[in-house]
Ligand binder design. Structure first.
Ligand SMILES: [Zn+2]
Ligand SMILES: [Zn+2]
Length: 386
């Protein structure tokens, strides 16, 4: 297994960084300690340029190769944020902040990219420029989008972007990837069904929003089952049904529904939004109720480009011997915004038989570090050979 020797040597050091990050999780854009630590390390490694404050708390480091005849610039991205979860691992380096936890392994992602940055700054065995990107707020805040909106791609001349996520259930240090749509667009909606409240024993005097909202929930299921092309993935989930009364004998005045729609293409995303906006008022009106819709656009679908995916898979094979075709996931990923701006690829690295991400028992597997770091280093050295 051609793990780079230098990176294998560094595993203990990188593990120590990872555990320190794990102990000090920060949520969304509040990654102040993490960002400062990343910037300090990049400086210590001798990066040629370090820029902080992109996308509020994002950090970028520039590492120039021995030569730059290729003129190529690759962006390598890691996420730094934790989740609002109360940790239940019982680890001796468990979160010191109650209610915040690195339950998605972004501590591992940050540590691995730092490891690769240290190696690349030390060896510079490539012809071109590597730009390491550390973003905040992957978990719902759109930190990657904010870094793009701050002009990151243009400012550093980034031509291709690469990303990596650990994956529970895949053997430690093994890889999986797929070309095309990989992670879903994650739109959300809030619907207020407004009727007329009254006594539960006198329904004839009311417009019952419970009955109307129930029809709305049922009718929304026809988007995936009747409107979308059956070979396309579309998920419509109503996740909250909340009325304005908790009494047993009151018909409430209104009901609020919340939920999410997951799609894999621009077309099915637009179709789902259009159908929701048509179905909801009609279904409510059939029972005399009114409906107000708030559409909350989320991350777009994350789409890997073919050439970069094939290259990333080839590198993964050279690092760990194999790279499987990963299944589509209906989860969302903020790296989608970077892939909308530049060609690139996002890969999964096995976390072994661990609890799933976003579970209070989850922990990043430090045994994945040598494979993850080697993949990063080889992406740079093989894409821009010295
Ligand atoms: Zn996550
Ligand atoms: Zn994650």
């Amino acid at each position: 297994m051609p793990i780079k020797n230098r990176l294998a040597e560094m595993q203990e050091e990188i593990t120590a960084w990872r555990r320190d990050l794990h102990e000090n999780p920060e949520i969304l854009f509040e990654t102040h300690r993490t960002s400062a630590l990343v910037a300090e390390k990049l400086k210590e490694f001798g990066c040629d340029e370090i820029v902080t404050g992109l996308g509020r708390t994002g950090v970028v480091g520039v590492i120039k190769g021995k030569t730059n005849t290729s003129g190529k610039v690759l962006g390598l991205r890691a996420d730094m944020d934790a989740l609002p979860i109360l940790e239940a691992t019982g680890l001796d380096y468990a979160s010191k902040t109650p209610g915040a936890m690195h339950a998605c392994g972004h501590d591992g992602h940050t540590a691995m990219l730092l490891g690769a940055a240290k190696y690349l700054a030390e060896t510079r065995n490539f012809d071109g420029t590597a730009v390491v990107i550390f973003q905040p707020a992957e978990e719902g805040g759109g930190g990657g989008k904010e870094m793009c909106d701050d002009g990151m791609m243009e400012r550093f001349g980034i031509q291709e972007v690469y990303g990596m996520h650990n994956w529970p259930g895949m053997p430690v240090g093994s890889f999986g990837i797929r070309s095309g749509a990989f992670f879903a667009a994650t739109d959300q909606f809030e619907i207020k069904v407004v009727g007329r409240g009254g006594h539960a024993a006198k329904p004839q005097q009311t417009i019952d929003p419970i009955v109307a909202a129930s029809q709305v929930v049922t009718a929304l299921q026809s988007i995936a089952s009747r409107n979308a092309d059956p070979v396309e993935q579309v998920v419509v989930s109503v996740t909250s049904f909340e009325s304005s009364s908790t009494a047993f004998n009151v018909i409430p005045a209104h009901v609020t529904l919340r939920g999410t729609i997951r799609t894999m293409s621009k077309e099915s995303r637009a179709l789902a939004e259009e159908r929701l906006k048509a179905i909801v008022p009609s279904a409510a009106a059939a029972f005399g109720a009114k409906a107000e819709i708030e559409w909350l656009p989320g991350y777009p679908a994350m789409v890997n480009t073919l050439e970069q995916t094939e290259f990333a898979a080839e590198v993964a094979k050279s690092v760990s011997g194999d790279c499987v075709e990963a299944a589509i996931t209906m989860g969302g990923e903020d790296f989608a915004y970077m892939l909308e701006e530049r060609p690139g690829a996002y890969i999964l690295v096995g976390n072994g038989d661990s609890a799933d991400v976003h579970n209070p028992e989850y922990n990043f597997n430090d045994e994945a570090i040598p494979a993850g770091c080697s993949w990063w280093a080889e992406i740079v050295e093989k894409r821009m050979p010295a």
